[in-house]
Design a protein around this ligand. Structure first.
Ligand code: ACO
Ligand code: ZN
Length: 453
């Protein structure tokens, strides 16, 4: 096993995504909201006006589009491009389905659009500006506090430029091990990859190439069979590798620049960490337009066989987090999703927090799938304890037992509608269904009787 190396690179990635809703769609897994799934025309918003349709459609146009379910859904035109062999008005359009997550944005042909439903936004520019400038407090702090020579100016204009540049997916598919995977979001690959829509990754060192033959040549000489760092967990064919890295991740003027502080042993981590960042960004919709030079720990989960250790997912965490974050980014690669690996990675992050004697929480905002996974994990862990527990238990005790932050415990119980504050008093809480719980002023929850469905 390889020992932990200091001083290579890490990703600083704050995750961004919509709050959990009914629309959770990944490749081939689609749950559209019931009210919009019948193909009926959505109600017209009075803030928008209809206009005579002239072709080609303008960027910003709102129109209904026939999706892969055969039904029409409202979209916004994000970009357009001329068809190579087409006439003056022959364009295809990159659209965002307004009811769905951005990972379902795609290029569509004119015939998929219902031109009778065309609308233009009156307040288009204002609305766009507000969205583009939305940043988390944490991201803001990163920009404010991290001084990088010559790159201090991250103003609204460069944020807008960045938004503009990343709005269309650049890489459509990747090949990784035995899988061909459709990507979800833009990732800032170096400029020499601008002309590619497909990339070929070595599944062991995560180097990426433009052509299959290059990958085949690479595979003949690549001697890595598992991620760098220490194997810190093994159970059957599952292994977890931990490595540490430091990364300065910049995206400005449409470029990403990785600067690292190498030690003698740092090179392997640096290259792997950098490649992992490029790969992960294809499935994470976070904003990376800020500088970060913190030390990060990476935990890479693999399924191992006689050919080597095949990455199924990972999470990263800041080595020292002021905000008590115990996880920065989490990803399960799409072919391995919905098999429980996400929950395993989350559980692992809390086990690490327990070992450190700390409580932890994931970095915000959570993506839709991130929130779903965390809610599921928190619910299960808390209800398991409450089911077995006799007598009083405080939120603090629950937090100490699980390493889950008190706020997350409360919000989970609230989302399950198990807690209700009494009018005019913060001191009493009732847990609904057959639970009676009293929260005393010192935040003690008394469980008098309980049964969980
Ligand atoms: N639709 C509906 N439910 C889903 C879907 C889906 N597409 N995918 C997962 N779920 C549910 C599962 O049913 C399960 O529910 P349960 O707790 O009630 O049993 C729960 O989510 C977790 O499922 P897992 O199989 O344990 O998780 P998975 O391996 O699929 O990984 C993850 C979850 C990591 C969020 C994955 O979806 C992913 O990588 N998404 C893209 C990247 C991302 O959004 N990461 C989170 C960003 S936020 C942050 O990093 C702090
Ligand atoms: Zn390789």
């Amino acid at each position: 096993m390889v020992s932990i190396e200091n001083g290579a690179i890490a990703v600083a990635a704050s995750c961004h995504g919509a709050a959990a809703g009914k629309t959770i769609a990944t490749e081939g897994v689609v749950l559209p909201p019931a009210s919009q799934s019948n193909g009926a025309q959505p109600e017209t918003d009075p803030s928008r006006k209809r206009k005579m349709t002239s072709l080609p459609l303008e960027v910003g146009t709102r129109v209904n589009c026939r999706w892969r379910d055969g039904k029409y859904h409202p979209v916004k035109v994000i970009e357009r491009r001329k068809l190579p062999s087409g006439g003056a008005n022959d364009y295809e359009y990159y659209v965002h389905y307004t009811e769905f997550n951005r990972r379902l944005d795609e290029w569509v042909k004119l015939e998929q659009l219902d031109l009778n439903s065309v609308e233009t936004d009156v307040d288009e520019k204002v609305e766009d500006k507000v969205t583009s400038l939305k940043m988390t407090r944490h991201q803001k702090r990163k920009i404010d506090e991290t001084h990088v020579e010559g790159h201090e100016e991250l103003d609204a204009a460069s944020l807008r430029e960045h938004e503009e540049f990343t709005k269309v997916k650049n890489i459509a598919t990747i090949e990784l091990g035995r899988y061909e995977i459709e990507t979800w979001y833009f990732s800032p690959f170096p400029p020499e990859y601008n002309d590619c829509t497909k990339l070929f990754f070595c599944e062991f060192c995560l180097n990426f190439m433009k052509r299959k033959e290059q990958l085949q040549r690479h595979m003949r000489k690549c001697d890595l069979k598992h991620p760098p760092g220490d194997e810190i967990y093994r159970n059957g064919t599952l292994s977890m590798f931990e490595f540490i890295a430091i990364l300065l991740f910049l995206i400005e003027y449409f470029m990403s620049i990785f600067a690292t502080h190498d030690t003698v042993d740092g090179k392997k981590n640096k290259v792997y960490g950098q490649n992992l960042c490029y790969l992960a960004k294809l499935f994470l919709d976070h904003k990376t337009l800020y500088y970060d030079v913190d030390l990060f720990l990476f935990y890479v989960l693999c399924e191992c066989d006689d050919r080597g250790c095949h990455m199924v997912g990972y999470f990263s965490k800041e080595k020292h987090s002021e905000e008590s974050y115990n996880l920065a980014c989490i990803l399960t690669l799409p072919p391995y999703q919905r098999k429980g690996y996400g929950k395993f990675l989350i559980a692992f992050s809390y086990e690490l927090s327990k070992k450190e004697g700390k409580v932890g929480t994931p970095e915000r905002p959570l993506s839709d799938l991130g929130l779903l996974s965390y809610r599921g994990y928190w619910t299960r862990v808390l209800l398991d304890i409450l089911k077995k527990h006799k007598g009083n238990i405080s939120i603090k005790e629950l937090s100490d037992m699980t390493a889950i932050k008190a706020e997350d415990i409360l919000s989970t119980l609230q989302s399950l509608e198990l807690i209700q504050y009494r009018k005019g008093s913060m001191s009493y809480v009732r847990i609904l269904r057959s639970w009676i719980v009293i929260l005393k002023p010192q935040a003690v929850v008394a469980l008098k009787s309980m049964s969980v469905n």
